[in-house]
Design a protein around this ligand. Structure first.
Ligand SMILES: *[C@@H]1O[C@H](CO)[C@@H](O)[C@H](O)[C@H]1NC(C)=O
Length: 347
């Protein structure tokens, strides 16, 4: 990879929108962390990158509005593109479940391909949270844009949203996804390997998609995904008496039955990736941490004390997988065994 030249770096985003996903726990806007991914993959070594921050201007997709590809607030979508030669790293920046997004996606891809992305030797589609889900949903479509000779892979960070039963016995996230699927008419854009078997809302859940993705994919996720604990498992609507309030703020305050509930969630996560994990080309890093989005900040991505599984940091694991150095199937033992976590604590 040395000498492959500067990476092209595209970052697709909507400026504002309905924040269906909580912003507070997401590490958005952290450009330097992306730089370290670039630097890691580009230099093919594991040394921390110098903090040479690069300012990349925002490009609005001019043709987008005409094609109806607008963000929820009516503004055109944009992307950051750092041009170079050789490789592409495309990051979804999504702080919303905006899957009217198909038009945005198509318009952006058209423009990025025209700008030279079609000549990339290597391309990685990546995103965190809603962007992580988007990179699962669009992975094969992204792969199909390139000739067979291009190395194309996808990384989903914190995108493994599970169709789980909440603490009140309901299905909070399924109801939310149902609304997104109906409102934004995404059904026709979901992979038909799934929609031919199941209802569209089920096909919005990665657990019903990942086993059938043809393009090599890496799933990075905390087993105790904090966004899901807050918004899907124990939102206040499912916990009207606030029994989960303290536990949500700090996992150290969870009692034994709450921990058991969370262990069960981890088991569901591991079940959901079981078939996916059997494919040699796929990668995994499921750590037993209370986190959400671990690829976007230097402290969780690659630092002296960043989270590890078997002494390997996330950046090294993703790098090994992307560059075909080794297969990576890193799954941690259950809480509280991992002492390297950067757990999110809200109080
Ligand atoms: C844990 O807390 C919940 C909610 O307050 C309670 O219903 C449950 O009995 C507690 N479990 C234990 C083992 O203390």
């Amino acid at each position: 990879m040395k000498g492959a030249g500067v990476w092209i770096w595209g970052l697709l985003w909507c400026v504002v929108g309905v924040a269906a996903l909580s912003r507070s726990v997401d590490g958005f806007d952290d450009l330097s962390a992306k730089e370290s991914l670039l630097s890691l993959l580009e230099t093919d070594d594991t040394s921390p990158s110098p903090a040479n921050q690069l300012m990349v201007p925002l490009t609005l997709i001019h043709g987008a509005a005409a094609k109806g590809a607008v963000c929820l607030d009516g503004t055109p979508p944009g992307y950051h593109l750092h041009r170079g030669s050789g490789s592409v790293l495309l990051l979804f920046q999504a702080n919303q479940l905006n899957f009217r997004g198909q038009r945005i996606w198509s318009a952006a891809m058209e423009e990025l391909m025209a700008q030279g992305m079609k000549n990339a030797e290597q391309a990685l589609l990546s995103g965190c949270s809603a962007g992580g889900l988007a990179s699962i949903l669009h992975c094969d479509e992204f792969g199909d844009l390139f000739p067979k000779t291009t190395k194309v892979k996808c990384l989903s960070d914190a995108g493994m949203f599970l169709d789980a039963i909440d603490v009140g016995g309901g299905r909070t996230l399924r109801n939310m996804f149902n609304g997104v699927v109906k409102l934004q008419g995404v059904a026709k854009n979901l992979p038909n390997t799934c929609t031919s078997q199941m209802d569209p809302t089920s096909c919005f859940f990665p657990q019903n998609l990942v086993a059938n993705i043809k393009t090599p994919m890496f799933l990075l996720n905390a087993a105790y995904d904090v966004w899901q604990i807050h918004q899907s498992l124990a939102p206040s609507t499912a916990d009207p008496h606030g029994y989960w309030k303290d536990c949500k703020e700090n996992h150290a305050q969870c009692n034994a039955s709450q921990i058991q509930f969370l262990q069960d969630f981890r088991d569901q996560m591991l079940n959901a990736i079981n078939v996916f994990s059997k494919s040699e080309q796929n990668g995994l890093f499921i750590n037993s941490c209370f986190a959400h989005c671990q690829s976007e900040k230097q402290d969780t991505w690659f630092a002296n004390d960043s989270p590890v599984i078997a002494e390997k940091a996330i950046a090294v694991s993703v790098g090994d997988w992307f560059l075909d150095r080794t297969t990576v199937k890193a799954v941690d033992c259950a809480y509280p065994c991992d002492k390297s976590c950067h757990d999110l604590v809200f109080k």
